[in-house]
Design a protein around this ligand. Structure first.
Ligand SMILES: [Zn+2]
Ligand SMILES: [Zn+2]
Length: 642
């Protein structure tokens, strides 16, 4: 029994505690033990993260978050953004204050200041942040009414704009840390002194609210961690990532280029094209059995997008095309392949005996990304996907998901990419009935569990037409990328009235699975370039072997050797420039060519080459040309990682 001034809360181990009314999260942590009191960062109350300093409500389920909890890192980083703003306001008292969220890799804050921040400014700001941390100001939460909020932020139009947008019944809270007051929902760390390991990283211009018609603010990016080692590792990784940046490596290795006349669309050089063709070839080889490759149109009348729902929901992301006959923008370049596959399926009668029916396509897709969001190969307007749609019966889902999962994991393994699986359920914005979603989630989850593989849950992250399994891969420097997907779709078979004739001779609805392994080839290439830092395995290398005659006297012999290697299917290049051999060797090393075949007089006469292997320094082996060629073709065939 709780008395009038007592409350009860439930701890994560299901035990119930009686507490005096007004007990805060911090009080509770101290009651449990001094260790927890020191480690506590914030508290989850009925699933919501809150400040430790707030009184606990009666009947709540609570969990104290320590620095080991992934959710606590976001609280730390968002608080670091406040500390950044505190420091900026001390140095630039007139700075307007925009948004300051935690992001995946750290945090940022946007400021209205007349000049961009220089690296020296960032150093000075970081110094000031250290002083704010040393002062150990508590983060004080205060509930205010609208009038009071407007009074407090009277000098900051950005804050006033946000206050004006808050709903009438919304609780307005302000937080104070030392000299700085901010309009914020929270939560925050208990005091500024809890921020220990942080670093400001860069400055960039950013439009207020991401709207290019609004004023340009100055954004400062930073990161923060609970542990010194974690920060050090993150900074090393950032350095490493910078060296591997696909835009830089792609230029060094002459793989692709961009032109202002085709923003966001890639020009692949001969060397980049060779790599894309290898990826395509590998997928085609894996899909030789049981898949049908199709080519479908790029341009469609809006009637199709009206059925698919894109015209209503996705129109601003599509490139519309003028129809001369109607004078209207009634056509669009396709942003995805799915509807074209449905049309192909519709065009013929299908029996249950044909299912699962797997259509694959590598058609070109266009999405109208805003020009500001375009970035290297990762955000483009034109791209190709390894898109597959599988039409099947419900009872085939489990076996198919198993097959697809094995396929995708085996593919990633070839590149040395470790994958993790995620199961994403119904999002808020969705089509289809709840019953349809229950069914789809149940069968996909069942199929996923039957694979025996571990997976993470991503509630609310499904596609708008169905739940999905996402494959995140981890690259050589520990970064995660979302790549493949298996999506279950009960909705489009309805929309497009897709049917098959069952054993009972009656019409039935198939289910659709959308599957991609690489996702966009453009983005996948960007990931591979950074993963391998340009040091590709032989099969994928844009140039597999470079033939170097020592002098003009061996040029003819070298030319013959190059042709023989090419005949064997190898990408061999001849470098017969007049530069010194050492210079040309250095050049091949910079181009990260896996093998060099050097032809001196002795080799020219003996039908051999002196082979240098990438990464093995000055070591040279004299090998017979036929043997060399066979060795390389075997290595290509095995798709071995170097
Ligand atoms: Zn805040
Ligand atoms: Zn699809």
């Amino acid at each position: 029994m709780t008395t009038a001034n007592q409350i009860r809360v439930t701890l994560p181990d299901a035990s119930v505690r009686e507490l005096a009314e007004g007990t805060t999260g911090a009080d509770l942590a101290a009651q449990i033990g001094p260790g927890l009191a020191r480690a506590a960062v914030a508290i989850k109350v009925n699933g919501q993260i809150q400040d430790l300093g707030r009184a606990l409500p009666d009947g709540a389920s609570i969990a104290i978050l320590t620095d080991r909890d992934p959710d606590a890192l976001g609280v730390l980083r968002h608080s670091a953004a406040h500390i950044l703003a505190t420091a900026v306001r001390q140095l630039y008292p007139d700075a307007g204050i925009g948004f300051g969220p935690a992001i995946d890799e750290g945090f940022y804050y946007d400021f209205a200041v007349p000049q961009p921040f220089t690296p020296e400014d960032l150093e000075e700001i970081e110094e000031k942040m250290n002083a704010v941390v040393a002062s150990d100001f508590p983060f004080l939460r205060e509930v205010v009414d609208r009038k009071e909020a407007n009074r407090r932020f009277a000098d900051d139009p950005l804050k006033l704009e946000r206050i004006s947008e808050l709903g009438a019944d919304e609780t307005i809270t302000v937080y104070t840390d030392g000299p700085f007051v901010d309009l914020c929902r929270g939560p925050h760390i208990p005091s500024t002194g809890r921020l220990k390991f942080f670093k400001l990283l860069s400055g960039a211009g950013a439009y207020w609210r991401g709207d290019s018609s609004r004023q340009m603010l100055q954004r400062i990016y930073g990161t923060a961690f609970f542990k010194k080692d974690d920060l050090a590792q993150h900074l090393t990784r950032m350095e490493e990532a910078k060296k591997r940046d696909h835009r830089v490596v792609g230029k060094q290795l002459d793989l692709f280029l961009f032109h202002p006349f085709a923003p966001g669309s890639v020009f692949w050089t001969e060397r980049g094209t060779a790599m894309i063709n290898e990826l395509n070839g590998y997928l085609r080889e894996l899909q030789r059995d049981g898949y049908q490759e199709l080519k479908t149109p790029l341009l469609y009348n809006k009637a199709l997008w009206e059925i698919s729902g894109h015209w209503g929901k996705y129109k601003e992301n599509m490139f519309l095309v003028l129809d001369n006959e109607t004078g209207e923008h009634d056509f669009s370049l396709k942003p995805m392949n799915c509807p074209s596959h449905y049309l192909m399926y519709q065009a013929k009668k299908h029996s249950y005996k044909e299912l699962p029916l797997r259509y694959v396509t590598y058609d070109v897709l266009h999405r109208n990304e805003v020009s500001g969001a375009l970035s290297g190969l990762t955000r483009v307007r034109q791209f190709q996907q390894d898109d597959c749609h599988i039409f099947l019966m419900e009872r085939q889902i489990q076996a198919e998901v198993h097959r697809l999962t094995q396929f995708i994991l085996a593919f990633y393994k070839t590149f040395g990419l470790k994958a993790t699986l995620k199961f994403a359920t119904r999002p808020e914005q969705r089509v289809g009935t709840d019953q349809m979603w229950d069914e789809a989630e149940r069968s996909l989850r069942h199929a996923l569990e039957a694979t025996g593989l571990p997976y993470e849950l991503k509630p609310g992250d499904g596609a708008f037409y169905g739940p999905k399994i996402d494959f995140d891969v981890e690259d050589a420097i520990g970064r995660k990328w979302q790549l493949g997907t298996i999506q279950l779709d009960y909705s489009n078979p309805e929309r497009f009235d897709l049917k098959y004739v069952g054993e009972d001779n009656a019409d039935h609805r198939p289910v659709i699975i959308h599957r991609a392994v690489c996702g966009s080839f453009e983005r996948f290439m960007g990931i591979l370039i950074e993963h391998f830092a340009g040091v590709f395995p032989l099969w994928l290398s844009p140039e597999q072997v470079r033939v170097l005659p020592i002098s003009d006297a061996q040029a003819d012999a070298a030319r013959v050797i190059t042709l023989r290697l090419r005949d064997a299917g190898l990408r061999a290049h001849l470098d017969e420039r007049n530069d010194t051999l050492n210079y040309r060797i250095r050049d091949a090393e910079l181009a990260k060519v896996p093998y060099m075949a050097i032809v001196g007089q002795r080799e020219a006469e003996g039908g051999t080459v002196a082979v240098r292997v990438r990464g093995e320094g000055n070591k040279q082996d004299i090998v017979n040309v036929e043997e060399f060629s066979a060795r390389l073709t075997n290595e290509v065939k095995s798709r071995a990682l170097s």
